[in-house]
Design a protein around this ligand. Structure first.
Ligand code: ADE
Length: 230
């Protein structure tokens, strides 16, 4: 996958791209990330990328011309998906991450300041939010999307099995897990996990997964049964 990021803070991405699984995916040729500086598309000698809103009001807006010209320069075909990260977008979830992981090229536009000129929206295919809180800009969301998508690209993670059983993959939260020691300060590992009875272990895990989801994220259970009905 090619992941292009349009930002006014290109240095923000330097370290995260050099770590762990993302770095390995890049080294193995499964992922290519290119960071583009929107300032390079500014029209004036001060490289201005923001301006005050028509009609007045607090804060500055990201200007339309440099942003859209950066999108035009990076877009290479109709298969590309241009994403604007904004608190007004659709909330990111595992299903969206999975859909995006199948695409060849994503172009992610990081909004900044107090917002973007509304006309930028006419040049993007999708708007994504990473949650109902406001960050200072779209750089962290662009990294969150990159990470959630990269680990789902075929060949990136060693074990496909762990993707299949992890939280959200079946619409539920994952069951509790334990590793050695069997007893830590009196906290014991459930005996079924030591039983060697794989059928019982599987049954216990399913029950715990349901129970945990019901306790912590009951709305996911409704969503899961709706998906099944469809
Ligand atoms: N930009 C600022 N806050 C954001 C959020 N929660 N999601 C996506 N982009 C953002």
């Amino acid at each position: 996958m090619k992941y292009d990021v349009l930002t006014i803070f290109p240095e923000f991405f330097e370290s995260p791209l050099k770590q762990g699984i993302i770095r390995r995916a890049i080294e193995n040729g499964l992922l290519e990330v290119e960071i583009h500086n929107i300032r390079d598309y500014a029209h004036d000698r001060h490289k201005t990328t923001d301006d005050s809103p028509y009609g007045g009001g607090a804060g500055m807006l990201m200007k339309v011309e440099p942003t859209v010209e950066a999108i035009d320069a990076v877009r290479s075909g109709s298969d590309d998906k241009v994403i604007l990260v904004t608190p007004q977008g659709v909330p990111l979830n595992q299903e969206i991450a999975r859909e995006l992981s199948g695409l060849k090229k994503l172009i992610v536009v990081c909004g900044r300041y107090e917002g973007v000129d509304e006309r930028i929206r006419d040049f993007v295919d999708m708007e994504i939010s990473i949650g109902d809180y406001v960050l200072m800009g779209g750089e962290t969301p662009a990294l969150v999307i990159l990470e959630s998508v990269t680990r789902l690209i075929s060949g990136v993670l060693g074990s496909q099995k762990s993707i299949e059983t992890e939280s959200f993959s079946n619409g539920l939260l994952e069951y509790p897990q334990y590793t050695r020691p069997g007893n830590f300060r009196g906290l014991k590992v459930p005996s079924v996990l030591l039983s060697g009875n794989h059928k019982e272990i599987e049954k216990w895990r399913q029950q715990e997964s349901q129970k945990r989801t019901l306790e912590r994220r009951p709305e996911l259970i409704g969503r899961q049964s709706k998906q099944k009905e469809l």
